[in-house]
Design a protein around this ligand. Structure first.
Ligand SMILES: *Cc1c(COP(=O)(O)O)cnc(C)c1O
Length: 400
C-alpha cells in the first residue's frame, strides 16, 4: 500500500467502536475488570508488554493505542511511545539509553532545548556530551569513545539546516555499539525513512506536522527492537503519558498529513526560490534547492521537504530587521511550526559548540503554511520595502 493510503487506515478499527470512523476519545484512569480471572490475565499480558493491553490510564487507552499503532505503521519501526511534548520524548529517550559515566555525541545544530537538557540536567548525573559538526559524516568515527552510548542526529539541523549523512554516521556508531537517536521532526516519516537509514530511535515533535494545526503539544518516539525495552521502561518509570484528547488530535492530523506536507513542500520551494532572487537575501538555507551544500544528501536519502527553512539576510541594523518582521501580515511571529499558517522568526544561532554562523547578517526562520504562495511572496516583498524605508531613514538621519 502507498503511504497516503496507509495514513487513512492506520490505527483505525471502526468495528470496535460501533462503526464510527475515528477511534473515539477514550478517557479513563481506572480500567475495570469484571472478575479476578480477567484482572490476572490482563496484568500478565501487560507485564509481557502485549500491545494494546492497559491496566491503568497512565499506560494509555484505546485512543493512545490507535495513535501508537498508526505512528509505528508509517514509521516502520517496532513500537512507539507517546509523550506530552517533543522535548519530553527527547529527554526520556536519551535518559533511557545512558548511565553515569557514559558519553553522548550531539550534533551542533540540534534543537536548542535538546542541548540544554543534556548540558544542564543530564550533566548532573555524570553523562558527558561532545558536540560535533553536523557535516561530519563518517568522520564521526574519530569522535566515538569507548563510553559513547548515543549519537544524536537531527537533519536538517534546527535554524541552520545542515544535512547529515545519517547512514555513514549510523555505520560508525553501530561499529562501536552506540545507538543512533534522531530528531526526525522536519522530514517526518513521510520524507525520511529513519529505520532504512540505520536509526535506532526516531523522535518527532508531533506538536508540529502530525497535529498540524498549532493546537496541541505531543511527542512520539518510535524504536527498533534493540532500543524498545529501555525506552519503554524509562518512560514508564517517569510516568510519561499524554491526554487522549491530544492523541485524538494527532490521529486526526495524520489523516491529512500527506496532502498537507505535499503543499508545504511545493509552496516552501516556490517561496524559497523567489527569495533566492531577492537583493536583500544573502543565502536561502533550504536542502531542496540545488544551491544548498547538503542538496546531494537530501536528494539521495529524502523523498520530500516540509515547509520550514531559513534565510540569511545581508547585514541590516536591528530596526530595519524589526520593520521587516513587524510589517508582515501573513507571517505570524512566534515559536513552533508545522501548522497550516506561515511564521517568520529572526534568530541568531549563538552558543553552538563547533560550528559558526558563517553569514554577516541575521537569520530568519520561515515556516511556509497553506496560504497561496503568491500571497506569501507579495507579503514578503512589502516587508522588504518596509525594511528599505527604515534603512533609508537611518541613513538619512546619519547624513543630517
Ligand atoms: C519543536 C521541536 C521540538 C520540541 O517539540 P515540543 O513539542 O515543542 O516539545 C523538538 N525538535 C524540533 C526539531 C522541534 O522543532
Amino acid at each position: 500500500m502507498k503511504e497516503s493510503t496507509r495514513l487513512v487506515s492506520a490505527g483505525r478499527n471502526p468495528e470496535r467502536f460501533e462503526g464510527v470512523v475515528n477511534t473515539p476519545i477514550v478517557r479513563g484512569s481506572t480500567l475495570l475488570s469484571p472478575n479476578m480471572a480477567h484482572w490476572a490475565d490482563k496484568n500478565r499480558r501487560h507485564a509481557d508488554d502485549e500491545f494494546g493491553v492497559s491496566i491503568y490510564g497512565r499506560y494509555g487507552t484505546a485512543t493512545h493505542h490507535a495513535l501508537q499503532d498508526a505512528i509505528t505503521e508509517i514509521s516502520g519501526g517496532h513500537r512507539t511511545m507517546l509523550y506530552p511534548s517533543g522535548l519530553a520524548a527527547i529527554a526520556s529517550v536519551v535518559t533511557a539509553l545512558v548511565s553515569t559515566g557514559d558519553h553522548v555525541l550531539l550534533t551542533d545544530s540540534v534543537y536548542s532545548a535538546t542541548t540544554q537538557f543534556l548540558a544542564r540536567t543530564l550533566k548532573r548525573f555524570g553523562v558527558a556530551v561532545t558536540r560535533y559538526d553536523p557535516r561530519v559524516g563518517g568522520g564521526i568515527a574519530r569522535l566515538i569513545q569507548d563510553n559513547t552510548r548515543v549519537v544524536f542526529v537531527e537533519s536538517p539541523g534546527s535554524e541552520t539546516f545542515e544535512m547529515q549523512d545519517i547512514p555513514a554516521i549510523a555505520r560508525a556508531a553501530h561499529a562501536r555499539g552506540a545507538y543512533v537517536v534522531m530528531d526526525n521532526t522536519w522530514a517526518t516519516p513521510l520524507f525520511f525513512k529513519a529505520f532504512d537509514h540505520g536509526v535506532d530511535v526516531s523522535i518527532q515533535a508531533a506538536t508540529k506536522y502530525i497535529v498540524g494545526h498549532s493546537d496541541a503539544m505531543l511527542g512520539v518516539a518510535t524504536c527498533n527492537e534493540a532500543s524498545w525495552n529501555a525506552v519503554r521502561e524509562t518512560s514508564q518509570d517517569f510516568g510519561q503519558t499524554c491526554s487522549p484528547d491530544d492523541a485524538f488530535l494527532a490521529l486526526r492530523g495524520l489523516r491529512t498529513m500527506s496532502v498537507r506536507l505535499r503543499q508545504h513542500w511545493a509552496s516552501g520551494v516556490q517561496v524559497a526560490q523567489w527569495l533566492e532572487s531577492r537583493p536583500e537575501v544573502d543565502s536561502v538555507l533550504h536542502p531542496a534547492l540545488p544551491s544548498h551544500p547538503g542538496h546531494a544528501l537530501w536528494k539521495r536519502d529524502y523523498t520530500g521537504a516540509c515547509g520550514l527553512f531559513a534565510i540569511a539576510l545581508k547585514p541590516v541594523p536591528e530596526p530595519a530587521l524589526h520593520a521587516f518582521i513587524d510589517s508582515l501580515k501573513l507571517f505570524g511571529l512566534g515559536l513552533s511550526w508545522g501548522g497550516y499558517e506561515s511564521l517568520a522568526l529572526p534568530f541568531s544561532p549563538a552558543g553552538r559548540g563547533s560550528t559558526q554562523w558563517p553569514y554577516a547578517g541575521p537569520g530568519v526562520r520561515l515556516h511556509i503554511g497553506l496560504e497561496d504562495p503568491a500571497d506569501l511572496t507579495a507579503d514578503l516583498e512589502q516587508g522588504f520595502q518596509a525594511m528599505s524605508r527604515t534603512l533609508r531613514g537611518i541613513r538619512g538621519g546619519l547624513a543630517a
